[in-house]
Design a binder for this molecule. Structure first.
Ligand SMILES: [Zn+2]
Length: 132
């Protein structure tokens, strides 16, 4: 995926691996699916002990509902790295930190903002706010 497309989706603040990341468009429901890979963060440490004796043990696919300024129906399949820390007392697993939301909630802040903006109207109902 090229940098211009990443920028169009408002994902240019992330450290995106442009060679691995790709997009699938489904014209029947106008849905974009972005298979997102981030570049390896070399400064990552264990969230429990701050240790650096860690090893990447693969990825887990996380589905995130996302919205950009122009598109509402974007699903991001984030190939999130899983790590194991050997500095903890017992080897402990942890995940790459999420740049999309502060918790492990699978709706991005951008999508939440769009939904809340739609509900600002007095006539908005759950039925006519159709971007959820
Ligand atoms: Zn640790």
């Amino acid at each position: 995926m090229d940098y211009e497309s990443i920028k169009r989706y408002g994902l240019d603040h992330l450290n995106v691996d442009l060679n691995k990341t790709y997009e699938v468009f489904n014209p029947t429901n106008n849905n974009h699916t972005i298979h997102l890979y981030l570049n390896k963060d070399l400064g990552i440490t264990c969230p429990r002990c701050n240790g650096t004796n860690i090893k990447n043990v693969g990825t887990k696919n996380i589905k995130i509902k996302y919205a950009s300024a122009l598109e509402d129906n974007i699903d991001i399949i984030w190939h999130r790295r899983q790590y194991i820390c050997y500095d903890c007392e017992k080897p402990a697993y942890f995940q790459e930190p999420s740049p999309f939301n502060t918790s492990n909630f699978n709706v991005s802040i951008q999508k939440e903002m769009k939904i809340l903006f739609e509900f600002k109207s007095e006539t908005a109902t759950y039925v006519n706010v159709n971007i959820i």
